[in-house]
Ligand binder design. Structure first.
Ligand code: ZN
Length: 396
């Protein structure tokens, strides 16, 4: 069984029943949360997910929906633990009660009948029914969108398609200004990341402006509440745009490489990206590292769906080593110039070439022949994914 999923998203109407279910879900979540921390505080015991599921249920919800709520709570405890272990000081345990919470249906509560999706609920509540043109999903989730309104998300497991015809190995170097640079042994392609940068800058500017207006209002006033809401709406919107760009760019990279016959995708391990970036504001840094992580996650995910093998490669020395002669120099500026042999190439291109060489075990072994000039791919939001970009040569 693969662990790859596809999601169908659907905006749905707000109804009294949905509100009731979301409220019941929030109520159950809060009971679980309160019990977990209270038992820990008073008895020093970490209650297990299993005993929690036996202790707290809601008759408004399907039994498996209740289990899913406990599963989600424990998943966020686990992820906070993992992040803390990894040294993330921002990691927080779930502490807040929720008035509303998402509702999850597992396969036993999902039926597909005559083009209708039927989601079963607890005793006394009617099932939710939707017109459905897709197959029966594995899991369904209904949650509140930050921009307002309910959204239904149905997930399907997907099998990886047949492996690409070919056995090429390509490497990807993820960088800050350019989102990604790929090298497949012959061609080097640079994907521009300026648009993401400008979105982040715009986001920061606009939130700072609203924050200033918030600081002038009285605590608890309607004016302040309105501004706080407006701020989170704008942040959600821009984050959504960034995600959209990441999706389209990674899709383009992966499908281009797949068409060429790339079998193995080597991705530079950007574990210590935080150290190498010099951002003044913590918020900026967080958003940047988030978009890096997301980029890598999407890239691996999409590559796996197309049947490629994904390998992480440690990036040490890959920016310094000269592909022409193997000597190490610290690059200055966007262009890598070797002081020993005169090799000149785009800096991120050098990164991608070296990540590939390192994977092949020949970092520092001089590359024979002349490297083809890298091509750049510019992101153009108004175009479709497959034709979103125009290729242009990058000046050297
Ligand atoms: Zn050299």
């Amino acid at each position: 069984m693969s662990n790859l999923y596809k999601t169908v998203r659907l905006d749905i109407e707000k109804t009294p029943l949905l509100d009731k279910l979301a409220r019941a879900s929030g109520e159950l979540y809060s009971r679980i949360l309160v019990s977990y921390w209270r038992v820990l505080r008073k008895k020093g015991i970490f209650l297990s997910n299993y005993s929690m599921q036996r202790w707290h249920i809601s008759s408004d919800l399907h039994a498996h929906t209740c289990d899913a709520i406990a599963d989600n709570f424990y998943a966020s405890i686990r992820s906070a633990n993992q992040r803390k272990k990894a040294g993330d000081t921002q990691a927080k345990y779930p502490r807040r009660r929720k008035y509303f919470y998402k509702i999850t249906w597992k396969s036993a509560a999902i039926r597909l009948k005559d083009g209708k999706l039927v989601l079963a609920n607890g005793r006394g509540n009617k099932p939710l029914i939707f017109d459905w043109q897709w197959d029966q999903p594995k899991q369904v989730e209904i949650g509140w969108k930050q921009s307002g309104g309910y959204q239904l998300r149905a997930t399907y497991p997907v099998a990886a398609t047949n492996a690409p015809v070919g056995n090429l190995i390509a490497a990807v170097d993820l960088g800050e200004l350019r989102s990604a640079t790929t090298h497949d042994g012959q061609e080097t392609v640079i994907y521009n990341g300026r648009l993401i940068k400008s979105k982040v800058a715009y986001r920061n500017k606009i939130t700072a402006q609203i924050q200033e207006r918030i600081s002038k209002t009285k605590r608890g006033s309607n004016r302040r509440k309105k501004l706080v809401r407006a701020k989170s709406r704008i942040v959600a919107k821009i984050n959504h745009q960034i995600k959209d760009i990441l999706h389209k760019q990674t899709q383009h990279i992966v499908s281009t490489l797949h068409k060429k016959g790339v079998q193995t995708l080597v991705i530079g391990d950007i574990r210590d990206i935080r150290k190498s970036m010099d951002y003044g504001k913590e918020m900026n840094q967080r958003l940047h590292s988030w978009s890096f992580g997301k980029f890598r996650e999407l890239l691996s995910y999409k590559a796996k769906i197309l049947g490629m093998q994904v390998v992480l490669q440690n990036e040490k020395d890959t920016t310094k080593t000269c592909p022409g002669c193997g000597k190490k120099h610290k690059p200055k500026g966007r262009l890598y110039k070797c002081r020993s042999c005169g090799f000149k190439f785009d800096r991120d291109g050098v990164g991608a070439i070296n990540i590939r060489s390192k994977y092949l075990g020949c970092l520092g072994v001089p590359v024979v022949g002349v490297m083809a000039t890298p091509v750049g791919v510019r992101y153009r939001p108004h175009l479709q994914c497959s034709s979103m970009s125009r290729r242009f040569p990058v000046g050297q």
